[in-house]
Design a protein around this ligand. Structure first.
Ligand code: AGP
Length: 608
């Protein structure tokens, strides 16, 4: 999604804006631009393509003097990726510049009104409407103009705004799209996300919905939608700057895969106390846990896949019925929720529009909501009744790995806690589960040590056209994630299938040499899945099996076997995913794809 930065202070703004935008590239974009006040006018430069085009155009910002400015990386929503549609956008006299992340849903109606009033437009964007609307309402008081615009526009927006006749201020406005301010020692900043400001400050404030921030060189003030001053608190971000850099790995994705042992430890340890599971931050009483009638998990993409895994875990351990919904479907099918249903929204970014909308739908119905979220202070984290943070740190690669693994841990902990409180597991069973959980980080570490072997195997499949991922039960759930990983970073078509379902149609696609990945970790389903392996092999498939150490029998059925260390049957997804992540990563690298920023994808889909 789009990235926003802004700066006002003692230093030259343009280089800081470009640096900040470079830290937001992971959000996915197709053009970029900056606007700087040069002492007389606001000067804007923007260009299609990667950020380096803009940097070259401005000699890394040197040709744009000034200490106040805003910048933007655009992920096209309204209007194709072109120079004209790139941000910042201006009013006609170029005395107001605006950058925007989000969607102005009533922009066409407003655009028509403005054209009827004599305004002319340079772009097809919804954002330009905001620039002209500000102009229409501006009578010398920026705050008054901004609040009037906020009352007129519908939709989502994070805005950065500067006024040529008020060069001592940068304005930031937020509704639904994330926006933060950073208090620096040589100046103050705005940004869409933390990595953009970390180089300058750790003191960050998350702007809430319908709030305005006014930044000057040495002060930051906040106002509500009526222009009244409000107080805000700052958070100190613990992330190191290099935590958001690659740290020596070739790609963020590889770095983040190797951070999984730490991520699992960091998500586990604050909740394990004296062999008990304590999740104080939820503030859930045992009574509330006993009253849960059903768990409804709603998410997108990989977060959704952890929900498919979690269904087996909650139902198996705690005997609580679970429904898993795609967030993009949930609110449009008039879902039937009973009042004691716990709705869990899973989201790494905490800003996914469909997941945020699902959360609001559940809250409107009066259901208790819980967010399993990675980004502190994100919209879903703040709006859910309860939040379970996954301490995965900044996840930059578009393809999620460590956040996915942390979300699985969150589910395991909740399921064990719920099961113990509801009496469906004994004290000893809980202790055994905890012992197995504590082993997972080292077991993941062990599997990551396998990378050369997986890399050699992956190199054989860089020209593959179709790959199938099959499994039964919880092995089907991990196959969904394995398939998505391959698709999204290597652009090779793949499908995940419940192994028993293949014969109902899809098996007709299996040809000589078709690669089929079979995950076989559930002892009680082992024989069934092996028979599915034989089915596809007799039709010419080459089968890669991922199974538990000791299942050497499988070597009679599969062509290539990856063993995972023994763990509890509910936790095998946390281990089976490692070879599947490595496989996809090395196929993508082998194909020369942009691993961290795959085509057409964004790290956080903050629009519908
Ligand atoms: C997974 O690799 C993708 N990046 C994507 O499916 C992602 O999981 C999905 O968009 C949900 O994002 P969220 O967790 O930030 O809500």
């Amino acid at each position: 999604m789009c990235g926003i930065v802004g700066y006002i202070g003692k230093a030259q703004a343009a280089p800081i804006l470009l640096d900040g935008l470079s830290k937001l590239e992971y959000r996915g974009y197709d053009s970029a631009g900056i606007a700087v006040y040069d002492g007389e006018h606001i000067v804007g430069k923007k260009a299609m393509g990667r950020l380096k085009v803009l940097s070259e155009m401005t000699h890394d910002g040197e040709t744009m003097p000034g200490t106040v400015g805003i910048g933007h990386t655009r992920w096209a929503t309204h209007g194709a990726p072109t120079d004209e549609n790139a941000h910042p956008h201006f009013n006609e006299s170029e005395t107001i510049a605006v950058v925007h992340n989000g969607i102005i849903e009533n922009y066409l109606k407003l655009k028509k009104k403005l054209i009827d009033k004599g305004y002319s437009f340079q772009s097809e964007t919804d954002t330009e409407v905001v620039a002209h609307l500000l102009d229409y309402y501006y009578k010398g008081n920026p705050l008054e103009a901004i609040t009037k615009v906020m009352h007129r526009v519908d939709g989502s927006y994070a805005l950065g705004i500067i006024f040529a006749d008020q060069p001592g201020y940068v304005y930031a406005v937020r509704k639904d799209s994330p926006l933060i301010v950073g208090k620096g020692k040589d100046g103050n900043l705005i940004a869409s996300d933390v990595p953009a400001v970390l180089k300058y400050t750790r003191d960050v404030c998350f702007i809430e919905n319908e709030e305005i921030a006014r930044l000057s060189e040495d002060a930051i003030e906040f106002f509500n939608v009526d222009g009244e001053p409000i107080e805000k608190t700052y958070k100190t971000i613990e992330w190191d700057v290099n935590a958001a850099e690659k740290g020596g790995y070739e790609h963020f994705m590889l770095k983040e895969m190797y951070e999984q042992p730490k991520t699992v430890r960091d998500t586990l340890s604050p909740r394990l106390k004296d062999n008990d599971i304590v999740i104080e931050e939820l503030g859930m009483t045992d009574e509330e846990i006993r009253e849960i009638s059903r768990i409804r998990i709603v998410a997108c993409g990989s977060a959704y896949h952890t929900g498919v895994t979690a269904k087996y875990v909650y139902e198996g351990m705690a005997r609580i019925p679970v429904e898993v919904d795609l967030a993009s479907e949930f609110r449009y099918r008039n879902p039937i929720l009973d009042e004691k249903e716990l709705v869990i929204i899973i989201s790494q970014s905490g800003e996914t529009a469909d997941s945020l909308a699902a959360l609001r739908e559940a809250k409107e119905r009066g259901n208790t909501t819980m967010g399993i979220v990675n980004v502190v202070g994100s919209s879903i984290a703040r709006e859910a009744d309860k939040v379970f943070y996954t301490w995965a740190g900044p996840e930059i690669a578009v393809a999620t790995t460590k956040a996915y693994s942390a979300q699985l841990i969150a589910h395991y902990l909740l399921a064990i806690k719920f099961a113990r409180v509801r009496g469906t597991i004994t004290e000893q069973e809980m202790a055994d589960y905890i012992t197995d959980l504590k082993r997972l980080p080292d077991q993941i570490e062990l599997l990551l040590g396998n990378k050369e072997r997986i890399q050699r195997f992956a190199n054989r499949y860089v020209t593959a056209k179709d790959v199938f991922f099959i499994g039964r039960g919880i092995d089907y759930a991990i196959s969904l994630e394995g398939s998505l990983k391959l698709k999204e970073i290597s652009y090779i078509h793949s499908e995940a299938y419940a192994a028993g379902e293949l014969k109902h149609g899809t098996i007709s696609l299996i040809e000589e040499g078709t690669l089929v990945s079979a995950v076989v970790t559930q002892e009680d389903l082992y024989k069934k899945t092996v028979s599915n392996i034989v089915e596809v092999r007799t039709r010419g498939a080459f089968v890669m099996a991922v199974t538990n150490e000791g299942n050497t029998e499988i070597e009679k059925a599969a062509d290539y076997v990856v063993y995972i260390p023994k763990t509890n049957k509910y936790f095998t997804n946390s281990l089976a995913i490692i070879p599947l992540q490595l496989f996809s990563y090395y196929v993508s690298v082998g194909k020369g794809c942009d691993v961290d920023k795959p085509r057409n994808l964004a790290k956080s889909v903050t629009v519908e």
